[in-house]
Ligand binder design. Structure first.
Ligand code: UDP
Length: 354
């Protein structure tokens, strides 16, 4: 499976189908190395705009799946298309079915009191061979007030292969991120309200409504008090995203002024300099402190941003020099500057790398 994500509005999406994400999960369980999956919908894009911690969580997730139509519809304007929507509420029962076949155990964590147990019972009834390692709905509390020690103790005792974390976004994803480096859970996946759907306390939209891409309207109708503010914010974000897309497609690019001292004696400063052209020409061997010069690039595609994001995980630091106005606009909107800062002059680049 290709692991360079497509970065859309600052959120990395891995271009996988349901089957590929499920196979990845099975392989990861077999490897025993803990990993996390985030199921990112439009709300994640919105939350990530103002939440640097969530952005980090998403950058570091092993797989982020596109749980909604907006990223799928907008992807082709920014690079390769996404293969399709991979929803958390659909992949959860599919994972349970595959787990039953593979002898893999699952654990349901979260939702209101008793719901996780009910949901696991429903799945067990559907798949009698399914190994349910456990289920628990801890008392509602903000992330920093939760009894993490008690949750970890239960997980340590149950030793699940797949953990379904259902605290809602972004709490569930921050929770998984907090513990992935220290616990022994091979795959943890944030699934939002899915335990409620499986237990039958919330009903999903009829398939017809889902096919019309209006599931969100259905949810809004069933829980207007909680969801009105969220959906209005999401719609406003979507309109801004479409407006940005039009400006980037139809507007004029103003290239950056080239710093006449570039490239200076980068090796003297222990800096690796690379003039970016295309993803294929991005060398694998870059290391240490890296300056990527964008002087001849009008726009960076979503997979190219994904590759730069991956590079930023591998090396000490990456900065981008000489970005034109379109890249700047995209960066400003996507808040990518924490990981991939844009700099104007070589002196700024050296300062940012210190
Ligand atoms: N929930 C929880 N702990 C909390 C807050 C929420 O377990 O502190 C559960 C809630 O009961 C529901 C799920 O998290 O089952 C959130 O569902 P929602 O539909 O809001 O998911 P989102 O769309 O936010 O991912």
């Amino acid at each position: 499976m290709q692991n360079i994500p497509l970065v859309l509005f600052g959120v990395p999406f891995h271009n996988v189908t349901f089957e590929e994400a499920i196979q990845w999960t099975v392989d990861r369980v077999r490897s025993g190395r803990p990993g996390v999956i985030a199921t990112a919908n439009l709300d994640f894009l919105v939350l990530a705009q103002t939440d640097p911690e969530l952005r980090e969580v998403l950058y570091e997730a092993d797989i982020v799946i596109a749980d909604g139509f907006p990223p799928v519809k907008l992807a082709p304007f920014y690079g390769p298309p996404l293969k399709g929507r991979v929803t958390g509420s659909d992949i959860t029962p599919m994972l349970a079915e595959r787990a039953a076949k593979e002898g893999i155990s699952i654990y349901g964590l979260g939702a209101a009191e008793g719901i996780a147990v009910q949901a696991m019972e429903v799945l067990k009834k559907r798949h009698p061979d399914l190994k349910v390692a456990g289920a628990w709905s801890p008392p509602y509390a903000p992330l920093d007030k939760m009894d993490h020690a008690e949750i970890l103790r239960r997980l340590e005792e149950a030793k699940p292969d797949i953990l379904f974390t259902a605290f809602g976004a972004p709490k569930q994803d921050k929770f998984n991120h907090m513990h992935v480096k220290t616990w022994n859970v091979p795959v943890a996946i944030g699934i939002g309200g899915t335990l409620d759907f499986i237990a039958g306390v919330q009903t999903r939209a009829p398939v017809r409504v889902q096919k019309l891409q209006c599931e969100w309207l259905w949810r809004w109708g069933t829980d207007p008090k909680r969801l009105t503010k969220r959906y209005l914010t999401n719609i406003a974000f979507l309109m801004r995203a479409v407006w940005l897309t039009l400006r980037l497609k139809l507007g004029r690019n103003v290239p950056a002024q080239i710093d006449p001292s570039a490239p200076p004696h980068w090796p003297e400063h222990g800096v690796n300099y690379h003039e970016f052209q295309t993803l294929e020409k991005l060398p694998n061997e870059l290391s240490g402190k890296v300056v990527i010069d964008l002087r001849n690039v009008e726009m960076i595609q979503s997979d190219e941003i994904g590759a730069l994001l991956e590079l930023s995980k591998r090396v000490e630091k990456v900065v981008l020099l000489h970005a034109g106005s379109k890249v700047r606009k995209l960066w400003e909107f996507s808040k990518l500057g924490d990981r991939l800062p844009l700099v104007v002059t070589c002196a700024d680049a050296l300062a940012a790398l210190k």
